[in-house]
Design a protein around this ligand. Structure first.
Ligand SMILES: Nc1ncnc2c1ncn2[C@@H]1O[C@H](COP(=O)(O)OP(=O)(O)OP(=O)(O)O)[C@@H](O)[C@H]1O
Length: 611
């Protein structure tokens, strides 16, 4: 089994695992802020015309921001002393015009950035979803559904908000800061350098808080994922909760998670609350410097009053970036944490991959062989050890045995939901590892007790088995699955919508739709996992008829607790703790009076002698 243990000893169910921090405890290198911007750039670069237009707006905004204080300076230094009343109208018009232009430019640049943000969000979300779809069943075993959901929804949205609002602010601030700092240096480099001396302290404070904020944001996002996971579980299991009158218990569990979210948010708010006054203090220091040093220069006749007033306006503009930086850094840290969570999924590689030169599995007869298969979901829990099994083509093979003996595991190895750690599984002499996954799974139909029907119409759900099927083919599959009568009784027929998990259908009806879906797929190999375990006798009768048709002429692996359903199997294997305890036909096994006959007698006790 050694090939499935990584160098650091972490167990990897399946070969070549590139698993993230979900599961093995192996840490993925945190995605850095630079990495985040790199990926955003990758996604956004096609939008360059819009980005260029937005940057053009931003430069114009910076210029206008620069010009307005110049008007003030001109008014104070020239118009007032020289009593040039007639020109005041132009100054008023200029300020008003600048304000209108600023508004228009802000509108255009914000809309452009918002749409770029949305497009990047769309690409991130699609990539993430597509990548998740490519991951193995074991990935979904290890990770909570709600947590994954919150990565695709909440975390991606945080990134989008940063792109739409903060990046815009960042660009504006950057240009305004550059233009104003250069102008101020040109007018009076001593005063400007004095002002800039406060900036290293601001940067230092920002760095110090930034690190803490990022880890706090990560906690917030994790707690959101927790809340979302709980919601997902409890809302989908609402009937169970009600049947156990566990509403209060669940509300308490929810409230615990909501409290953790609240605490994490409060920590963030406290950090922010401590950070902002420090930055404000440094801002006031800048103000004091301009006032005192500027006044001193004015008294000495080295600076005009208009310049001091313009400097004070510029100071606000110069400090704006720093003041915004706190908010932007917050958003960037929050986004970096969100990006980290997204990248954990993106960096997780599928373990079950095809060989580069994998063949297409031709239509098979369905002769399946397990040879010396070793498999465990974890290092400690080995499920199959040197396991051998042969399923004859076109025959029904049944697996029975106590709970946890490995029946479902065996079934899941055939479509390669998991890969064995050692040994071989072959279909018609082809090793599963040598053929493409699609060509393998196309030939396997699975009907299990846990029926999943998607939101949509009944027709769409059946057509899932073959998206190219015609309406007649769908109806024929439904007829064969004994489902046509009840489907056609609905006013909408095949176009009847079924809600999440098909709430409007009974268990037996759902089962028959799932059989129709499998029939439409027309697979060579059929796996039935506990297919009739929870049905009443009448439904079971209908379903048995449908199943008989599904099994006919195909290689079938049937897993059933209810031995009545597998009497007709060509061969039955009795499993005990991952090993075959005995095998034979129903009659042979009964005669042997071993484990099978014990199980059978437990289910069908012979009537004792009448007293
Ligand atoms: N996804 C999984 N991750 C970890 N362990 C698992 C997983 N699925 C099954 N197991 C474990 O593997 C062993 C075999 O389980 P399996 O589901 O194959 O048994 P089974 O015979 O089908 O049981 P049942 O009749 O109760 O469905 C059990 O010990 C089970 O706890």
């Amino acid at each position: 089994m050694s090939d499935n243990y990584s160098s650091n000893g972490a167990f990897r169910p399946g070969r070549g695992m590139g698993m993230g921090r979900f599961g093995t405890g192996e840490k993925v290198k945190p995605a850095s802020v630079a990495g985040m911007f790199g990926r955003i750039y990758e996604h956004a670069r096609r939008e360059w015309p819009a980005i260029a237009a937005a940057i053009g707006c931003v430069i114009a905004i910076s210029l206008l921001e620069f010009i307005v204080p110049q008007l003030t300076k001109y008014t104070i230094d020239r118009l007032i002393p020289e009593r040039r009343l007639g020109e005041l109208i132009y100054i008023g018009g200029g300020v008003l015009g600048a304000a209108v232009a600023l508004g228009a430019l802000n509108y255009v640049s914000s809309s452009l950035m918002a749409s770029i943000g949305q497009k990047v969000l769309y690409k991130f979300r699609n990539d993430l979803y597509r990548h998740m779809q490519s991951l193995d069943v074991s990935f979904f075993d290890r990770n909570r559904t709600g947590d994954l959901m919150s990565r695709v929804t909440n975390d991606v949205s945080i990134l989008q908000q940063m792109i739409s609002s903060s990046m815009m602010q960042l660009f504006t601030d950057f240009f305004t800061f550059g233009a104003i700092a250069l102008y101020m240096l040109w007018i009076d480099w001593r005063l400007t350098l004095l002002l800039l001396a406060t900036f290293p302290f601001m940067i230092l404070t920002t760095r110090l808080f930034g690190r803490r904020m990022r880890s706090s944001f990560r906690k917030v996002q994790e707690s959101v994922a927790d809340v979302s996971d709980h919601l997902h579980n409890s809302l989908t299991g609402i009937r169970l909760i009600k049947s156990f009158t566990a509403e209060d218990y669940e509300s308490e569990r929810f409230s615990e998670r909501a409290r953790r979210n609240m605490d994490a948010n409060i920590r963030v708010v406290r950090l922010r609350a401590a950070y902002e006054p420090i930055i404000d203090l440094l801002n006031f220091l800048g103000l004091a410097i301009v006032l005192v040093f500027g006044a001193w220069l004015a008294i000495n006749g080295e600076m005009t009053i208009g310049t001091i007033v313009a400097f004070l306006s510029y100071l606000r503009l110069l400090q704006n970036p720093i003041r915004h930086v706190s908010r932007i850094i917050n958003t960037i840290q929050q986004s970096a944490a969100a990006h980290e969570r997204i990248m954990e999924v993106m960096n997780t590689k599928a373990d079950i991959v095809e060989k580069d030169n994998a063949d297409t599995l031709p239509p098979v007869r369905g002769h399946i062989v397990f040879r010396d298969v070793e498999f465990g979901y974890s290092r400690e829990a080995e499920v199959l050890s040197r396991f051998n099994l042969e399923l004859e083509a076109g025959q029904v093979t049944a697996l029975v045995g106590s709970s946890g003996s490995g029946k479902t595991t065996i079934a899941h190895l055939i479509p390669r939901f998991y890969d064995p750690q050692a040994g071989e599984i072959e279909i018609d002499g082809y090793s599963l590892k040598d053929v493409t996954i699609a060509s393998l799974r196309e030939q396997i139909g699975i009907v299990s007790q846990e029926i999943v029907l998607f939101n949509g119409t009944i027709g769409e759900n059946i057509r899932y088995g073959n998206t190219n099927a015609t309406e007649e083919e769908v109806a024929a599959a439904a007829r064969a699955a004994n489902a046509a009568a009840f489907i056609e009784a609905f006013p909408g027929g095949y176009d009847t919508q079924i809600g999440e998990r098909g709430v409007r259908l009974s268990g037996g009806q759902k089962q028959r739709i799932s059989i129709a879906r499998a029939l439409l797929k027309n697979p060579r190999i059929v796996i039935l996992d506990e297919a009739t375990a929870s049905l009443d006798t009448e439904s079971e009768q209908h379903i048995q008829e449908a199943l008989a048709l599904l099994l006919k002429g195909r290689t079938c692996l049937v897993i059933a607790h209810r031995l009545s359903t597998i009497r007709q199997a060509d061969r039955i294997y009795v499993l005990e703790q991952g090993r075959i305890a005995e095998s034979g036909s129903h009659d042979e096994l009964l005669q042997r009076r071993g484990r099978y006959s014990q199980l059978y007698e437990m289910q069908f006790p012979q009537p004792g002698p009448a007293i």
